[in-house]
Ligand binder design. Structure first.
Ligand code: SF4
Length: 202
């Protein structure tokens, strides 16, 4: 697989920040399984960028982009410290920041990191993907096994409680019955559920 240094890429009026190619999931549907690019952007990284290298690629006029989104061919919270450094600087410059995540940051770092995200990240989209732990494990193949499903719910709940605009996403392919179950999970966590067509890696 050819690799690149696509640390940022524009899409739909937002600037996406691609921090890593590592992920704690191995989703069966992940776009990176089939493609080396996403809407023409080559996202497999030859190496991981420093915060300074990403910030060099942020425009002086921060209003050029609607949102600055941590999302690429890996799980952004794997690189939590770099993510926070960039997000804090973006906030200082007046940007709106969003994180697209598998919701496993507290498992990855073995502590509650939601307090660090609050104040740096305005919006968090947690991929729920499934309606129960066994099906989630089969679909997303998490390194943490079925425990990942409860953990991502707890993560989303805590983010929302800290005042971050947080929501779950699922793809419509799972069907109406499962979407209804996902809606109940989202309600119990105090976050909305967004149902989207199956494109993208998050
Ligand atoms: S879809 Fe997202 S969470 Fe799943 S393997 Fe790909 S990058 Fe990781």
């Amino acid at each position: 697989m050819e690799k690149f240094e696509t640390f940022t890429y524009p899409l739909d009026g937002n600037l996406y920040i691609n921090l890593t190619s590592k992920c704690t999931n191995e989703c069966t549907f992940c776009v990176r399984n089939e493609k080396s690019d996403y809407f023409g952007h080559k996202l497999w990284l030859a190496r991981e960028p420093s915060a300074a290298e990403v910030l060099e690629r942020i425009p002086a006029d921060i209003s050029c982009y609607r949102e600055y989104v941590f999302c690429g061919f890996g799980e952004p919270t794997v690189r939590l410290n770099v993510l926070l450094q960039i997000a804090r600087e973006l906030k200082r410059r007046g940007a709106t920041t969003r994180l697209n995540t598998n919701g496993q940051a507290n498992l990855i770092h073995r502590r509650d990191v939601t307090g660090e995200l609050a104040g740096a990240v305005d919006k968090i989209n947690v991929s729920l993907n499934e309606s129960n732990a066994a099906d989630y494990a089969a679909l997303c193949r998490p390194a943490f096994g079925e425990a990942a499903f409860d953990a991502l719910q707890d993560f989303a709940r805590r983010c929302a409680e800290r005042g971050i605009d947080t929501w779950f996403s699922v793809v419509d392919l799972i069907g109406a019955e499962k979407i209804e179950q996902c809606r109940k999970i989202a309600d119990s966590c105090g976050v909305p559920l967004k149902v989207r067509p199956m494109i993208g890696s998050k």
